[in-house]
Design a protein around this ligand. Structure first.
Ligand SMILES: Nc1ccn([C@@H]2O[C@H](COP(=O)(O)OP(=O)(O)OP(=O)(O)O)[C@@H](O)[C@H]2O)c(=O)n1
Ligand SMILES: C[C@](O)(CO)[C@H](O)COP(=O)(O)O
Length: 379
């Protein structure tokens, strides 16, 4: 299946107000048409139909990434010009879309294409939900049954030979491609349209489109994951500090700071998610000022760095690996301590432990290892 996308943008946008035609006006920092074309990248070969006077603008904006076609005096003439370029090609399906509908959601495009597996023509639409009136001179003159009425959208999709034949047989003057297809007797399947898929027609539509784009940006999630791993050897002592909690033990942990292996793994996980190296990069062991330091200083720094970059910690999971001391009885206190330092709810912090079945250095009780995973969310 080879798909072609025809984007018609040769109109003058007279209803959208004075100034340059609407498809060249800026929307969230880019011409309207740039948004429209982007929505179809990866769908198929793209043909953009432009007013003959706008060909230079098209070349500057798209270079050779799309085929530019000179349009006609009405929408249907512009579509005809592009269809003419596809005659004899290997294209099997064609989507015809208004350049003035820059916010078409991917799902709308997908549904139209999928419907063409079983139908010769398909197009998105929204059922009319408001009551309909007839009116004149500011007065309601009658009502109109809304049942079975739809608001037509684009892209309108067809099998290429069918729509070529339909346009050849049509006298001209159709409002859209569905009208041409129906005149040729093609059944047109209705797919679900979207309110976001508005056609910029009037000056107020720019503000609507900007608001939709802003909402989409607000909902874009930047999610980052990081992991950390640390090991500290046992030494002489009567306690270990794990995830901020002092746990009595027959040995201590050897380290430049307080050797809180769990908190170090967690701190490294945060640095990792930020692509900011590890604790050693921010607190070099060669620097005497960190000798015996409480590891919360490191964790606080990593959390602050995340906040400065616009991230909050969604959750973290720390696993301590040792035979002894037994972590279970302290795990809740450890979670509470970490949550307090990070300023998040305890339900977002997990601390658990495992043995290594007496295997390896942790099994021989030479030291404690810890791994941690963290998820950061951009705000
Ligand atoms: N001769 C034309 C007329 C329209 N179109 C395109 O068809 C789409 C839908 O048309 P419409 O919204 O009516 O655009 P305009 O004709 O530009 O607007 P107006 O009627 O307000 O002048 C637009 O992307 C428009 O650029 C086209 O390619 N060639
Ligand atoms: C094709 C179309 O977008 C379907 O809604 C519409 O018919 C073209 O725009 P116009 O405002 O009717 O000129």
């Amino acid at each position: 299946m080879t798909v072609a996308v025809i984007i018609v943008a040769a109109g003058r946008g007279t209803r959208a107000g004075a100034g340059e035609p609407k498809q060249w006006r800026m929307l969230a920092g880019e011409p309207v048409l740039a948004h429209t074309v982007r929505a179809f990248r990866g769908v198929g070969r793209i043909l953009v139909v432009l007013h003959p006077e706008d060909m230079r603008l098209g070349l500057d904006l798209f270079g050779g990434t799309v085929t530019l076609v000179a349009g006609g005096a009405a929408r249907d003439a512009s579509v005809r010009a592009a269809l003419g370029c596809l005659e004899g090609s290997d294209v099997t399906r064609v989507l015809i879309h208004d350049g003035a509908r820059p916010l078409v959601p991917a799902g709308v495009i997908r549904e139209v294409l999928a419907a063409l597996d079983d139908a010769p023509a398909a197009a998105p639409a929204l059922a009319v939900t408001d009551a309909l009136w007839r009116g004149a001179h500011g007065l309601v003159t009658g009502t109109q049954d809304r049942s079975g009425l739809y608001r037509a959208q684009t892209p309108q999709g067809f099998r290429l030979p069918d729509i070529l034949a339909a346009y050849r047989a049509h006298p001209g003057g159709a409002a859209d491609d569905v009208e041409v297809a129906r005149a040729a007797g093609l059944p047109v399947h209705i797919t679900e349209g979207a309110e976001d898929n508005l056609k910029i027609t009037w000056p107020r539509d720019f503000a609507r489109a900007e608001a939709i784009l802003k909402l989409r940006k607000d909902h874009e999630m930047d999610i980052r994951t990081g992991n950390g791993f640390d090991v500290h050897a046992f030494t002489e002592g009567d306690h270990v500090t794990l995830c901020g909690v002092k746990v009595p033990h027959t040995r201590g942990l050897l380290g430049h700071s307080d050797a809180d292996v769990g908190m170090h793994a967690l701190t490294d996980a945060i640095y990792g998610a930020l692509a900011e190296g590890d604790i050693g990069r921010h607190f070099p062991p060669s620097d005497p000022q960190w000798k015996g330091a409480a590891s919360r200083i490191f964790l606080e720094h990593a959390v602050r760095l995340a906040a400065e970059r616009g991230y909050r910690i969604s959750n973290c999971d720390v696993t301590l690996i040792c035979e002894r001391p037994k972590v279970g009885p302290h795990a809740l206190d450890m979670g509470t301590a970490l949550a307090g330092i990070m300023g998040i709810e305890t339900g977002r912090v997990s601390v658990k432990a495992t043995t290594s079945e007496r295997l390896g250095f942790t099994g021989r009780e030479e030291g404690i290892a810890a791994i941690a995973t963290v998820t950061l969310i951009g705000e």
